[in-house]
Design a protein around this ligand. Structure first.
Ligand code: ADP
Length: 262
């Protein structure tokens, strides 16, 4: 899609409809989600998605500062998506650029549509997304991680928000494009949904597709979102069970390391 070096374009789909990494057209890359991995944040999550590695940390609701940014009627959502300099093959210049400002904005907008912001006037809910390693699809991995981090922080919201892209490669519609597919493919369509209502809260498109192709890609991305939703819930359940086990252990074995000899 970027159009760079299209003369060296590799074959993206073979005669058996398999992709460069052996995936089928409707197959996701392997995804692993962990909830609650950072102690200092109110909520956190880590997502490994193919070669993407993304951390999300959440603070709040807490008093929005400086005061002039406060909204007396509801909480504000502030999001920062950042790519580490070592996250891509050539060192990325540290700090915000147009792309990260855009992704921060659209991610904040996604969560404004699911969080119950009216419950927390004058407050801020702060979302930090750090991309440690990138291989296309990082905005979707970031939204998926941030959503689990918000739930881990116990911030009330209508539902978790899974995100996934679909696109067009070698004229075929495929889900979850990796870097080469994103670079040399014809289109990319990142989507985020509210699973319970099937409402679409993010829809972007880069490249060209026909109306029919668009519909196929949208359905494919939404089906993938439903699979990711299950992984998000599993991650939260695992965290909850582990926390309960730790609590139970502490009840069974009261802390004997301090004060025994006093
Ligand atoms: P997404 O990561 O959501 O797919 P883009 O389509 O903008 O977002 O980017 C696709 C991929 O291109 C990124 O995941 C990353 O691997 C790569 N990329 C993005 N920005 C840079 C950059 N500044 N330098 C090198 N690679 C980049």
């Amino acid at each position: 899609m970027s159009g760079i070096g299209m003369e060296n374009k590799p074959k993206l789909v073979d005669e058996n409809n398999l992709r460069i990494d052996g995936r089928k057209l409707d197959e996701l890359r392997p995804i692993r989600i962990e909830a609650g991995i950072l102690k200092r944040a109110d909520g956190s999550a880590y997502v490994e998605w193919g070669e993407n590695k993304v951390l999300a940390a959440v603070y709040g609701p807490r008093e929005a500062k400086p005061k002039h940014i406060q909204n007396p009627a509801k909480a504000i959502v502030q999001c920062r998506y950042n790519m580490a300099p070592f996250s891509v093959s050539e060192r990325k210049r540290p700090g915000p650029d147009r792309r990260s400002v855009e992704i921060s904005k659209i991610t904040g907008d996604v969560f404004e549509s699911v969080l119950f912001l009216e419950m927390f006037p004058r407050a801020s809910i702060d979302i930090f997304i750090e991309v440690l390693q990138a291989n296309a699809g990082t905005r979707c991995a970031g939204i998926t991680a941030a959503s689990v981090a918000l739930a881990d922080a116990g911030i009330p919201m209508a539902d978790l928000v899974p995100a996934c892209a679909a696109g067009k490669i070698d004229g075929k519609i495929a889900v979850d494009l990796k870097k080469e597919e994103d670079n040399y493919g014809e289109a990319d369509l990142p989507v985020a949904i509210i699973p319970r209502t099937k409402e679409i809260v993010l829809l972007q498109m880069d490249g060209n597709m026909s109306e029919t192709e668009f519909e196929t890609a949208l359905n494919m991305a939404m089906d993938a979102c439903m699979k990711i939703y299950e992984l998000q819930k599993d991650a939260l359940k695992r965290k909850y069970i582990t926390d309960q086990e730790v609590d139970a252990e502490q009840v069974e074995k009261p802390n004997t390391s301090r004060g025994d000899n006093q």
